[in-house]
Ligand binder design. Structure first.
Ligand code: 5GP
Ligand code: ZN
Length: 136
């Protein structure tokens, strides 16, 4: 199902033109208009889901298989040295478009990008408490 007023629904379903790298009945893969690096692409399901929580399992599985296929092709064509897959859920995580998508970000030696976090240094007790909060 498409959602009214969702720009990625419109792009995924061809109502707004995009630089499409791949399309099938369930997905469109497009070039990001604000690329982190050359070739930065987005996998968009054609059916709307706000985020990964809402995405049907079958679509989630197919999206990762498609990601694998796309980065294999793009690695060969772009001669990049690595790939980051980024998938943001929620504003706090940096999601700006509320339609599930996976970023495929080719990485090149010395491309100047930083897709990193600052490592914390919790105590063993703190890690135990986090674990207990999640699974006990
Ligand atoms: P998010 O921050 O939600 O994970 O990522 C949204 C991404 O969508 C950003 O990288 C942004 O550059 C890209 N983007 C936003 N609007 C458009 C658009 O209209 N067309 C394309 N191709 N990319 C878009
Ligand atoms: Zn949508």
């Amino acid at each position: 199902m498409k959602k009214d007023d969702c720009i990625f629904c419109k792009i995924a379903n061809g109502e707004i033109p995009s630089r499409t790298l791949y399309e099938d009945e369930a997905f469109r893969v497009i070039l990001d208009l604000g690329p982190a690096t050359k070739g930065h692409a987005l996998i968009l399901p054609k059916d709307h889901a706000d985020d990964l929580y809402e995405l049907p399992d079958q679509t989630a599985a197919a999206a990762l298989v498609l990601a694998k296929r796309m980065i294999t092709l793009m690695k060969d064509k772009l001669h990049c040295q690595g790939f980051n897959l980024v998938q943001n859920n929620g504003e706090a995580a940096g999601q700006t478009v509320r339609h599930f998508h996976i970023h495929l970000i080719p990485r090149y030696e010395d491309d100047g990008q930083h897709i990193n976090w600052k490592a914390g240094s919790p105590s063993g007790e703190e890690l135990d408490a986090v674990k207990a909060q999640i699974v006990e």
